[in-house]
Design a binder for this molecule. Structure first.
Ligand code: NAD
Ligand code: MG
Length: 372
């Protein structure tokens, strides 16, 4: 069987880079060309020094094959961080700097992020800041990081008082999305990634939603070729948006569809109890319900959105949160301008707008629907 091998080029202000999508085994050190992670990324490593950054969950799964094979040609060091969003902080960045300094690595070093979005965001930020900027490569190993965080150049860490508050825009030299890594991903994490995939369909492309309705069962059953196709489409959507609006002053904000409602759920329930993608799924339903009350979406379209989320085993009902609590939490969201809540809503499936021109009573109705 010919392995799926595909990709796209992302155009940014600093440079163009490829996203390579394969379904070859991440653990195999095969003799044939283009068959291992190491062989795929080697052409994009310009110097002799490599620091692989990963965590203690991903390391036992995918580190050894990559490290061993790269060690044949490069000086390879590894920084294994503890797993978890709570470690996406300055202390972890300092551990990366310490590893770089201890090895006397210099501006020629390439950092390699091997892991999900947490590892990707931190490694990118360390690369952006070490010696005022060194090269890095992303090997995203969660579906969410393959379709979302590895594209677009946002890197960073959390501050004790706020998520993603410290960061930089910094583009990688390449992204390698190896679908075979998804075989070890917990099912809930897979679904959380699918939530962001469905988001792209809802805001950008009704035909892609139809494609998902037909192909989600295969994706959930880990058909790697179908997952690879979905990842490619989503990377292309995000790359197109980012090419138009790299620093999020306009159209890029549409990618936050479902996220203001989702943010309320995540904050209220405590981060980690609801995965980000799960909160976004329920949040997209609320945004769809408000779009329906405004007269944009039909009842049938709202039902269709709920059905596709359920195909991915995602929640479609938010937890009970009082209206005042929810509005208060929304007031702390980045998308609030001059006291008016601005939301991303759907004119129809595939057509999103950011607006504050809706009757606040309708938002009240949506929020009170599920509150105790
Ligand atoms: P994550 O990195 O925490 O990964 C989820 C879990 O899966 C972790 O426990 C991880 O160790 C584990 N894991 C990763 N790969 C695995 C594999 N192949 N097999 C088994 N387990 C594996 O979470 P995520 O959902 O990938 O990313 C979320 C982070 O991404 C957040 O910090 C968020 O802020 C960030 N993010 C950034 C952007 C951006 O544009 N930079 C966009 C979206 C999200
Ligand atoms: Mg998101």
């Amino acid at each position: 069987v010919m392995p799926f091998h595909d990709g796209l080029i992302v155009h940014t202000q600093s440079h163009d880079y490829p996203i390579v999508i394969t379904e070859q085994s991440a653990t195999e050190q095969s003799a044939t060309e283009h068959s291992s992670m190491a062989k795929q990324i080697m052409p994009y490593i310009s110097g002799l020094q490599v620091l692989i950054v990963t965590n203690d969950t991903v390391a036992p799964l995918y580190l050894k094959a990559l490290e061993d094979e790269l060690a044949g040609q490069f000086v390879v060091k590894v920084c294994v961080l503890p797993d978890g969003e709570q470690y996406k902080n300055q202390a972890s960045i300092d551990q990366i700097y310490d590893a770089l300094m201890t090895e006397h690595f210099n501006r020629d070093v390439t950092l390699i992020a091997l892991g999900g979005g947490v590892i990707g965001d931190m490694t990118g930020f360390a690369a952006a800041s070490f010696m005022r900027g060194v090269n890095f490569i992303q090997i995203p190993t969660t579906l969410l990081s393959q379709v979302d965080s590895s594209v677009g150049g946002k890197t960073g860490i959390n501050h004790p008082q706020g998520k993603n508050m410290i960061g930089a825009f910094w583009q990688p030299q390449m992204v390698l999305a190896d679908m075979s890594t998804l075989k070890t991903l917990p099912a809930r994490e897979l679904s959380a990634g699918v939530a962001e995939i469905i988001k792209y369909a809802l805001i950008m492309d009704e035909a892609f939603l139809t494609w998902l309705e037909a192909n989600l069962p295969a994706m959930m059953a880990l058909d790697l070729a179908v997952l690879g196709e979905a990842v490619k489409r989503c990377c292309q959507y995000k790359a197109d948006v980012v090419a138009q609006d790299e620093r999020e002053s306009g159209v890029r904000a549409l990618l936050n569809f479902g996220h203001t409602f989702g943010h309320v759920i995540e904050t209220h329930e405590g981060y980690g109890n609801w995965l980000h993608g799960e909160a976004v799924a329920a949040g997209m339903v609320q945004a769809a319900e408000l779009s329906q009350k405004i007269g944009w979406l039909t009842d049938d379209e709202v039902v269709r959105i709920k059905r596709v989320l359920e195909l991915a085993n995602l929640p479609i009902t938010p937890p009970a949160i009082g209206v005042d609590t929810a509005l208060n939490l929304m007031g702390h969201d980045k998308k609030v301008k001059h006291g008016q809540i601005r939301l991303i809503l759907l004119k129809s499936i595939g057509d999103a707008v950011m607006t504050n021109e809706f009757d606040s009573q309708l938002l009240h109705e949506v929020l009170s629907k599920h509150s105790a």
